[in-house]
Design a protein around this ligand. Structure first.
Ligand code: BGC
Length: 294
């Protein structure tokens, strides 16, 4: 199993779920850390191939490396499940023993927008007729970051809500960057900021620290949403310090990835246009947050 980097809160939960399921089924699993370095991950894939592994589960470092990864596993004939960073259907069509398991990123963005639409003033806290927001983006090379950024705002505009983007900054999925970006934006735009959209929860937790240091109060004078439903975010939703989040279902995706791996090992092949398996996202609000807390 190749993970893009171990130091990612969401992928840590995900990889642990994968490892647990695989080991529970008696597979021998080796998990390696790509350290966010595609060249390093390419070497790891080659090493696994040389060692003669039966199957690979790969969380690519860069979506743009998909062609190279797919060509490599294809020439070795290794059944491969890609996770978390979705290549295009055309790229996957190059190899019939390859499948992607993940979620439809647009759906998570839409759900974030709906969380804001569900607030009493639909995000327009100061009543000036528009929702003024900042966007803290994940790694912009990643389709999840692109589509969440687009669809969160689209949910508002589709509902006829006027929006104003005060700033959009890449935070690379990282908590500390989320905090720094949000602190800078609060210093620059102050009360103008009504909504803080974060492409994931780890950045939202960072943003929350900045919001609290600035003396602002979530759900009273600012809204804050993330994606993933990390334990820390569930706590904050439950305490009223986050407006909501969206479950990025690690257990469902891990179970799906293992099931697909077993199908490939059993001889299933995939045809073009039919190589992505999706697990649904789920909106998490104060009303249902208890259902997701352990
Ligand atoms: C998650 C992020 C994570 C990223 C890694 C996304 O789906 O929401 O938390 O950092 O995947 O690629």
């Amino acid at each position: 199993m190749c993970i893009y980097k171990f130091d990612d809160a969401f992928m840590t939960t995900y990889r642990n779920a994968l490892q647990e399921i695989l080991e529970g089924k008696g597979y021998q699993v080796t998990v390696v850390d790509g350290n966010n370095d595609q060249a390093k991950q390419n070497e790891q894939i080659n090493t696994f191939i040389t060692q003669g592994v039966d199957a690979l589960i790969i969380n690519p470092v860069m979506t743009s490396a998909a062609d190279t990864i797919i060509a490599t596993v294809k020439s070795a004939g290794i059944p491969t499940v890609l996770i978390n960073r979705e290549p295009t259907a055309d790229q996957m069509a190059a190899y019939d023993k390859l499948v992607y398991v993940g979620c439809d990123a647009a759906q998570s963005g839409t759900f974030q927008g709906e969380l804001i639409l569900d607030t009493p003033n639909k995000g327009d806290i100061n009543g000036d007729g528009k929702v003024s927001y900042i966007m803290i983006q994940g790694d912009p090379e990643n389709i999840d970051a692109q589509l969440r950024t687009e669809y969160s705002v689209k949910a508002l505009t589709d509902a006829g809500v006027e929006v104003e983007q005060l700033n959009l900054t890449r935070g690379d999925w990282d908590r500390e960057k989320g905090q720094t970006i949000c602190a800078n934006d609060l210093a620059q735009f102050g009360d103008k900021i009504e909504v803080v959209f974060c492409n994931n929860d780890d950045m939202a937790i960072g943003a929350l620290q900045a919001i609290q240091s600035a003396g602002r109060k979530v759900n009273e004078d600012i809204y804050l949403v993330g994606v993933d439903a990390l334990d820390a975010a569930l706590n904050e939703v439950s305490n009223g310090n986050m407006t909501g989040t969206v479950l990025n279902d690690t257990n469902g995706q891990a179970a799906g990835a293992v099931a697909e791996m077993e199908k490939l090992l059993g001889g299933t092949t995939y045809s073009s246009g039919n190589q992505s398996v999706y697990v649904d996202y789920v909106k998490v609000t104060p009303d249902n947050v208890k259902d997701f807390m352990k």
